[in-house]
Write a protein that binds this ligand. Structure first.
Ligand code: ADP
Length: 486
C-alpha cells in the first residue's frame, strides 16, 4: 500500500465528463468545507442542466461500445480500480474524513469496503447465467438472456460518500452499463476521487461521468431524459419519493435506498455485554448518521436498568474530536441543521418526561460537535418513536412482552434494519418472520457485507445492493423464442 497521506491529487475542483475535467458553464462553484473546523477544502463546479445533458450524451455514446466489451476487459478494469483504491486507501480515507468528519479508522474501513464491492461485482458478473427453457414444441428453442440495462444515473448521499457509490458503480460497470454520477454537495470529492482513479486505470471516456451542483437541476434533467434507463439513489425518503414519481414518465428502472427507523430489541435472555457492544456500533458509528443506525432501543423490563447502566458507561468512554486525530471515536456532525434536529428531538422527549442520562448538549468543542447522548423513559408518543434521528442520541424504551415489542417495532412506515439480542433460537425464527425489515441482525449491530443483499422494505426502499441480487437491477432480461427449427 502507498502510505502517502496527501490527498491533493483527489481535489480536482472540476467535473469529469466524457473523459475531460471541466468547470461549470456558468463558472459558478460550490465551497466544500471541513465539518470539524469549518476550513475550506476546495471548490467544485456548480453544474446544472446543460452539463448534465452533456454527461448523459457522453454516457449514451460510450454505452454503444462498452456494453459490448468483453467481460474479461470489464473484470480487468474493475480489478485495477479495486487495486488503485486500496493502494491509495490512506489518502482517500484522509480526504473522506476531511470532508465528511468521520474518524480515520471508519474512513479507512469505508474505502476498504468500497473496494471490496468493486471486486465482488467483478467476480459476480461471471456468474450471471441465462437459461435454456424446455420448449413445449420440438421446433422451437426458448432462451433467457441478460443484457446491460443502459445508461444509469447514480445519486449518492454524504454519510458514506465513497462506499455508497461503490455499490452502484460496481454492478453497473460489471454489467456493461455507463453511468452519470451526482454526489451530495457536502462531500463531492470522495466521488470525484473515483474519477481520478478511473482515469488512471484507463476506463474509456464517457463510461463514468461525475457531476456536482444543483440537485434540483441535475436531478430533473436526469429524470426527464428517456436515455437514462435506470436511477439508483441513496438518500432521504422524501427525495426518493420525488424521484420515484419523476421516473414514471419514462418508466425507468429504479433502486432506492431510503431512510430507516431501526428498532434494537434487548430481551431478558440477551448477553448484555454483547448487546451494549452492538448498540454502541449500531448507534454511534459515524455519529449516528447512518440509515441503519439503531433509532429506538427497546429493553425488556428484567434487564432494562442493567442495560441502561452498562450502555451509559460505554457512552462515557467515547472520545470526541476531529476525525483526523488518533483515538477519536466521534467526529463532528455534518452540519448545524443536523445538530438542531437532535436538539429538537431531545427537547420533545424532555417535555414529555424523558430523562437525559448522558450528554444532551452541544459539545464544548463547538461547531457541530454534539455530546453522545442517552435518553431513558422514552415512549411511543415522543418524536423519537417516529423520526429518523440521524445523530448520536440513543433513546431507550421499556417493554414487557415479545408480542408488544414486535407490534411497536413494526409501527413505522420504514422497514430497513432491525437488531435483536436474544439467546432463544425459537424466538429468532419467530421474529425473522414477524418483523417487517429488509435487514435483520440477531446478536450483532453490524451486518453489512458485500456478499449479502442490502436493502429495505416498505418506505425504506426498492431493490438490493450487494450480493448476487445487487446485479439484477442493472440487467435487462430478454426472453428469446427461436421458431422454425423442426
Ligand atoms: P441527505 O442529504 O440526508 O443524504 P438527500 O435525500 O437530501 O439526503 O440527498 C441525497 C442525494 O440526493 C444528494 O446527492 C442530494 O444532492 C440529492 N438530491 C436532493 N434533492 C434532489 C432532487 N430533487 N433530485 C435529485 N437529487 C436530489
Amino acid at each position: 500500500m502507498n502510505t502517502s497521506t496527501d490527498f491533493k491529487k483527489f481535489l480536482p475542483n472540476a467535473n469529469w465528463i466524457n473523459g475531460h475535467w471541466i468547470t461549470a458553464e456558468s463558472g459558478a462553484s460550490i465551497e466544500v468545507t471541513n465539518p470539524a473546523d469549518g476550513t475550506i477544502i476546495g471548490q467544485v463546479p456548480n453544474c446544472g442542466a446543460a452539463e448534465t445533458g452533456s454527461a448523459i450524451d457522453a454516457a449514451r455514446q460510450a454505452f454503444e461500445k462498452y456494453s459490448h466489451s468483453d467481460i474479461n476487459t470489464r473484470v480487468r478494469l474493475l480489478r485495477e480500480l479495486h487495486d488503485g483504491l486500496m493502494d491509495q486507501q490512506e489518502a482517500l480515507a484522509r480526504l473522506l474524513t476531511a470532508e465528511q468528519g468521520k474518524p480515520l479508522a471508519e474512513a479507512r474501513g469505508e474505502i476498504a469496503i468500497g473496494a471490496a464491492y468493486i471486486l465482488w461485482f467483478a467476480e459476480e458478473i461471471r456468474r450471471t447465467k441465462g437459461e435454456l427453457i424446455p420448449s413445449p414444441t420440438s421446433d422451437r428453442r426458448l432462451m433467457v438472456t441478460h443484457h446491460p440495462v443502459g445508461v444509469v444515473a447514480a445519486i449518492t448521499p454524504w454519510n458514506f460518500p465513497s462506499s455508497m457509490l461503490a455499490r452502484k458503480l460496481g454492478p453497473a460497470l460489471a454489467a456493461g452499463c455507463t453511468v452519470v454520477v451526482k454526489p451530495a454537495s457536502a462531500t463531492p470529492y470522495s466521488a470525484l476521487a473515483w474519477g481520478v482513479l478511473m482515469e488512471e486505470v484507463g476506463f474509456p471516456p464517457g463510461v463514468v461521468n461525475i457531476l456536482t451542483g444543483s440537485a434540483a437541476a441535475i436531478g430533473s434533467t436526469i429524470m426527464s431524459s428517456p436515455h437514462v434507463r435506470k436511477v439508483t439513489f441513496t438518500g432521504s425518503t422524501a427525495v426518493g419519493k420525488q424521484l420515484i414519481r419523476q421516473s414514471a414518465d419514462s418508466v425507468k428502472k429504479i433502486s432506492m435506498e431510503l431512510g430507516g427507523n431501526a428498532p434494537f430489541l434487548v430481551f431478558d435472555d440477551a448477553d448484555l455485554d454483547a448487546a451494549v457492544e452492538g448498540a454502541m456500533i449500531s448507534k454511534f458509528r459515524n455519529m449516528g448518521q447512518t440509515c441503519v443506525c439503531a433509532n429506538r432501543i427497546y429493553a425488556q423490563a428484567g434487564v432494562h436498568d442493567a442495560f441502561v447502566s452498562k450502555l451509559s458507561a460505554a457512552i462515557e468512554q467515547l472520545t470526541l474530536g476531529p476525525g483526523s486525530e488518533p483515538d477519536v471515536t466521534q467526529g463532528p456532525m455534518i452540519d448545524m441543521a443536523a445538530v438542531e434536529k437532535v436538539e429538537t428531538l431531545i427537547g420533545d422527549a424532555l417535555q414529555q418526561g424523558g430523562k437525559v442520562v448522558v450528554g444532551g448538549q452541544r459539545h464544548k468543542l463547538g461547531g457541530t460537535f454534539f455530546e453522545p447522548t442517552l435518553v431513558t423513559g422514552v415512549t411511543e408518543r415522543m418524536q423519537f418513536a417516529t423520526e429518523e434521528i440521524f445523530g448520536p442520541v440513543a433513546p431507550v424504551l421499556r417493554f414487557d412482552h415479545e408480542e408488544e415489542v414486535v407490534a411497536a417495532a413494526n409501527r413505522t412506515e420504514y422497514g430497513l434494519a432491525a437488531y435483536i439480542y436474544t439467546q432463544d433460537m425459537a424466538r429468532i425464527f419467530r421474529l425473522n418472520e414477524s418483523l417487517d425489515y429488509g435487514l435483520m441482525g440477531f446478536n450483532t449491530g453490524l451486518i453489512t457485507t458485500v456478499e449479502a443483499p442490502f436493502g429495505g422494505l416498505k418506505e425504506s426502499g426498492i431493490g438490493k445492493e450487494g450480493g448476487s441480487q445487487g446485479l439484477v437491477d442493472y440487467l435487462a432480461t430478454k426472453y428469446v423464442c427461436i421458431a422454425g427449427l423442426g
